[in-house]
Design a protein around this ligand. Structure first.
Ligand code: UD1
Ligand code: M6R
Length: 371
């Protein structure tokens, strides 16, 4: 049931304040010794010791689920102190890449039925790794065949383009990072700030959804373009890949997410006065680097659209020459949850304006159960 919405993708984008609340429900609890809140993940609590002892955490997934793991890697590394690597499931299988008994392998999948991810799970089980699932579907193959895991509880997702599952996956992985790091005193203040950030995140998501009309206007501006580049780095490198994936899979427009640190190693050659470039430059430790990226793209007459933190328009728009989208600020590691929303809205409106099928893009299936 689409309720007041025209498409499931639209409904699922707008549902995100609520889906994030259900993802966190009952999992942020008052801590034992400290008075602050802490995380309780019922499905992981008996396995945390083993996870903390592992030599490496390897996230495995496809498409949007892989991007969610990429968005979460920095905070998992920071709070766990364990090296984190990422694998696209099909590529791990193609390479028969090394997976060891000392590894924790985390399988991220909305459907829990993706063939490539399941094959990778079988492979990791054979190699003796601790296998953890992060899935939206209770009773799915991944939920059943992993040793333990966390259900993201985002509610049923019907649109082929994954939206609310992505934001809930990032929130769950941030909670996993908090749970793994919960035995260290040194990062306690950081952990408490993230818990507070999580509690407030649904409200901030509601705020960012107010950009709907603005993103529709932007879609009108871009509707006839051939291509859209998205530049970002750090916590928001994943946002570039996921934003570009949304634009290509539903709006059927070429789009590419680019790590801004790689700009001079090739992509800069594409820049001219015609190709639209979306630059993500919200506040975090990389902000000044992104300001300098904007300057350099501007110097090459790039056609820039900039996403920045509320109140920062002047610091990013190079004398008012770029179009700016301002988003609410949240804790740095949670910012990807907010920043993807304008891009989801942009992809949605581009699709409607271009007259393509929103919920069932050509050639795609919601659940990819064949290789
Ligand atoms: C569980 C209940 C929830 C209840 C809560 C109350 C289920 C599905 N969940 O939630 O209804 O409100 O207790 O305490 O009954 N698992 C995997 N692989 C996965 C995902 C999960 O093995 O990919 C396992 C977990 O290790 C766990 C079980 O499935 O044993 C349920 O996981 P989850 O729903 O995340 O646990 P809770 O949040 O505790
Ligand atoms: O169900 P899964 O999360 O395992 O699905 C993985 C990908 O097939 C999926 O995320 C796909 O990329 C989406 N259509 C993206 O919107």
């Amino acid at each position: 049931n689409k309720g007041k919405y025209e498409h499931y993708m639209q409904k699922e984008i707008h549902e995100q304040p609520e889906s994030l609340r259900t993802t966190m429900r009952g999992r942020l609890i008052r801590g034992g010794s400290s008075k602050g809140k802490t995380v309780l993940l019922g499905g992981l609590k008996d396995h945390l010791k083993t996870i903390r002892r592992s030599r490496r955490i390897v996230f495995i997934g496809c498409g949007t689920s892989y991007n969610a793991a990429l968005a979460s890697r920095p905070i998992v590394e920071e709070l766990s102190g364990i090296p984190v690597t990422l694998e696209i499931a099909s590529d791990l299988i193609d390479r028969q890449g090394p997976i060891y008994r000392e590894d924790t392998a985390v399988f991220v999948s909305q459907s829990g039925e993706t063939a490539d991810t399941l094959l990778a799970l079988e492979y990791a089980l054979e190699n003796g790794a601790l296998c953890v699932g992060i899935t939206n579907t209770v009773g799915s193959a991944i939920a059943r065949n992993t040793h333990c895991g966390v259900h993201i509880n985002a509610g049923c997702e019907i649109g082929v383009a994954s939206t609310k599952a992505y934001t809930s996956q990032i929130v769950v992985m941030a909670m996993v990072a908090l749970a793994i790091g919960a035995d260290t005193i040194s990062n306690q203040a950081r952990r408490e700030a993230i818990v507070d950030g999580l509690i407030d995140l649904p409200n901030k998501l509601k705020d960012v959804l107010k950009l709907d009309e603005e993103m529709k206007d932007l879609a009108k501006l871009l509707v006839s373009e051939q291509s859209l580049l998205v530049f970002g780095r750090g916590y928001n490198y994943a946002t570039t890949l996921e934003g570009a994936l949304k634009v290509k899979e539903v709006a059927l427009m070429h789009s590419e997410g680019i790590l801004a640190g790689e700009m001079k190693h090739g992509p800069l050659a594409l820049v001219d006065e015609n190709l639209p470039i979306f630059v993500i430059a919200t506040r975090d430790a990389c902000f000044s680097k992104q300001q300098s990226v904007i300057q350099q793209l501007h110097a090459r007459k790039g056609r820039l659209l900039v996403m920045c933190t509320e109140g920062d328009a002047e610091s990013v728009s190079v004398g008012g020459t770029c179009r700016v989208v301002e988003v609410p600020r949240v804790e740095d590691c949670l910012q990807p949850v907010i920043n993807i929303v304008p891009l989801q809205l942009l992809a949605y409106h581009l699709t409607v304006l271009r007259g393509y099928n929103v919920d069932q893009p050509r050639n795609l299936a919601k659940s990819v159960t064949t290789q």
